[in-house]
Design a protein around this ligand. Structure first.
Ligand code: NOJ
Ligand code: CA
Length: 660
């Protein structure tokens, strides 16, 4: 690679040069349907872009570029020298997903300047742009990204996660831009113009994640997560940045139905994907978070240990009998005693009461996959020292799933999970896992950006305030509104390992906290909150003989298509999905703390008659006093019908439609 120093042409300039309006100089890229237009231009030498939707300017005069360590600026004292255009209209098939066939239809252009290229792709429902560093620039060190999202109006309201809560495990705030501190993306906006917007990124690889910081009441500026040494990104071999994305839709549900992020990621790099299978799992997990049993083994109190051979076999039996494909076991391996967040875990050696070999063979004989837990405690050095021997050992037994975890705020005691170091380390695990035909469920990860299109063995992950918080959180557990927000913030970034399925609401060790929903809402979440791997979190004993469990047994985790029927962020959401490669439809409706009546037109159903198996809140159900009251009924319906649903406080309704 050529290495050059940056010449005086880039010499340090005022970093905060304001952009005045770029004119339509032939530097515009228009979406295939003509409704969305992005213009990139240098105005008085400063690189800017603007976005127009249906003739309204929605993003005006926003800056593009970078400040380098040492003070040079890319994107100033510049001009657009050349524009190369492209158009794509093609369809691709997902390995798994919310939708089997995805259409990638966009118009694109690369805007070339002397020291920085900007590539733009405009879809009907959103856009992406990324930077390309010309080889002639050589290796560079970035201090700051100058990208802005300067909205034309100052009265939009946003849903956003605060940057200062570890691992993205917080509620979303709902504020005006001026009250945003430092926000994660997806950053979702309910526009004062009636539109819905969401800012995120696609294909975050070998770069740092961006956060958003307001610079005035309508402008958000990208803030890269930095290395401990203060540098944001070392640019070497990788010459492209991730895509900065903006979704623009007229319906709330349009955000969830958008495939812009996946389309901006590279096609699948795994040739044989036959071993990558979506499914459901149970696990020795919820009983640990409820502190009924321990992760560690204590020889003075062996009965207290969760991951015993006997219990694991009981879970395997239950899975095999109930259309559950996997069993997760945590606390099976050495390293949990004492302060485990400081320990060096083993990923091959089991506690004496956990017969690793016997359990693997037993699971295989029953056709059940073990989901092997690898808590790294964010010590990737220790993990990489063992990863080959551990994954090879799992592969020998034909096991294809590992749940990783990275509890500790800094990776290897020094770097952020979502800085360039963290992005690269966590991604290396995914590529390594692919070599051993292992699918990853990653906890305490970097927020996903659609890389699962390229590496579909990256199946799901956390980066969410999931249901574990209901087991022990001092604030009482996730508030009922939370799950109606989740699909519109974290959900836009990719699959969520939220881990619902609670039927037993008791919490003897931490009575101050509990799952604050009804059972019907637990069921509906399998449809509303997407993941190709879905947990049924309760102990099998909680499901035995309960009719509502039939829904968990029947619900798939891989979809032909997805339609969000109706939603108000933070109030309720109704989602319908059709089972992949089959005709059945599944519908989930959930509400916040308010009981609610919803009319649901069934126009999504195809022709003919359908048997609806309905799991609804009973009339006297409520999350606080009567969460387990589910009413099961069956109805014959057609697409001409409208269902009237009654949801209890923090309630829901789950329906399976079977073609007659
Ligand atoms: C946090 C993870 O989110 C959780 O699922 C896991 O049980 C614990 N860490 C222990 O590794
Ligand atoms: Ca966690």
């Amino acid at each position: 690679m050529m290495k050059k120093t940056i010449t005086a042409a880039l010499a340090a300039a005022a970093i905060f040069t304001a952009c005045s309006a770029p004119t339509q100089t032939g530097n515009t890229v228009t979406s295939p349907d003509g409704s969305l237009k992005v213009t990139v231009d240098a105005v008085d030498g400063t690189l800017c872009y603007n976005v127009v939707k249906d003739n309204d300017t929605i993003i005006s005069n926003s800056r593009l570029g970078f400040e380098l360590m040492g003070g040079n600026v890319l994107g100033t004292h510049t001009e657009v020298l050349e524009v190369t255009r492209s158009s794509v209209d093609e369809q691709w098939e997902t390995v798994w997903g919310e939708q089997r066939l995805i259409r990638d239809r966009h118009n694109g252009a690369v805007f070339h300047t002397a020291w920085l290229d900007v590539e733009v792709r405009v879809f009907d429902d959103g856009l992406g742009f990324r930077y390309i560093f010309p080889e002639s620039l050589g290796n560079i060190e970035i201090r700051d990204e100058l990208t802005e999202f300067r909205f034309a109006r100052a009265d939009h309201k946003a849903w956003w996660l605060p940057e200062d809560v570890p691992y993205y495990e917080s509620y979303a705030n709902h504020t005006e831009f001026k009250d945003v501190t430092l926000a994660h993306t997806p950053f979702t906006i309910e526009g004062a113009d009636g539109r819905f917007y969401s800012i995120h990124e696609a294909a975050l690889l070998d770069f740092a994640k961006i956060n958003l910081k307001p610079t005035d009441e309508r402008t958000l500026k990208a803030e890269l997560v930095r290395w401990a040494d203060g540098t944001a990104v070392y640019v070497g071999e990788t010459r492209t940045t991730p895509w900065r994305t903006l979704l623009v839709t007229d319906r709330t549900g349009g955000l969830i139905e958008s495939r812009v992020m996946l389309n901006l990621n590279e096609p699948c790099k795994i040739e044989d994907t036959s071993w990558i299978k979506p499914g459901k799992y149970i696990g020795i997990w919820w009983i640990l978070h409820k502190y009924l049993y321990t992760w560690y083994y204590d020889e003075n109190n062996p009965e207290g240990h969760g991951a015993t051979t006997e219990r694991t076999k009981r879970y395997i039996d239950f899975a095999a009998d109930n259309n559950i494909q996997g069993v997760l076991v945590e606390g099976w391996n050495l390293g949990w005693n004492g302060d485990w967040t400081k320990n060096l875990f083993s990923f091959t050696q089991a506690y004496p009461d956990y017969d690793f070999d016997g359990i693997m063979k037993y699971a295989a004989s029953k056709g059940v996959q073990m989901i092997i837990h690898n808590e790294t405690a964010a010590n990737t050095e220790n993990y990489f020292a063992q990863i080959d021997s551990a994954y090879a050992m799992y592969q020998r037994y034909g096991m294809h799933y590992v749940k990783t975890g990275n509890v500790n705020e800094l990776l290897d005691g020094k770097e952020a999970h979502d800085g360039q170091y963290g992005v690269n380390k966590l991604h290396e695990i995914v590529e390594k896992a692919a070599e051993y035909q292992i699918c990853i469920d990653e906890h305490e990860p970097c927020i996903p950006t659609g890389v699962c299109r390229t590496w579909p063995n990256l199946m799901t992950g956390e980066a969410i305030r999931g249901q574990e918080h209901d087991a022990w959180e001092r604030d009482g557990g996730n508030k009922p509104e939370h799950q109606t927000v989740v699909p519109f913030i974290r959900g836009l970034a990719g699959p969520m390992d939220y881990t619902f399925g609670t039927f037993d609401f008791s919490n003897p060790v931490s009575p101050f906290s509990r799952v604050r929903t009804t059972i019907a809402k637990q069921l509906a979440q399998y449809v509303v909150i997407y993941s190709p791997l879905q947990m049924a979190n309760d102990d099998p004993s909680a499901y035995e003989g309960v009719k509502a469990f039939d829904f968990i047994r029947d619900v798939p985790t891989d979809w032909e298509q997805t339609k969000v029927i109706d939603a108000v962020i933070g109030d309720y959401i109704v989602t319908a999905r059709q089972q992949r490669g089959a005709t059945d439809w599944f519908l989930g409706a959930i509400t916040d703390e308010n009981a609610r009546e919803l009319s649901v037109p069934l126009t999504f159903l195809g022709k003919g008659k359908w048997l609806a198996q309905i799991y609804a809140d009973a009339p006297d159900a409520s999350w606080e006093d009567n969460p387990t009251a589910v009413q099961y009924s069956e109805k014959e319906l057609t697409s001409a019908d409208t269902l009237e649903l009654k949801l209890a406080t923090s309630g829901g309704c789950a329906i399976r439609f079977i073609k007659k």
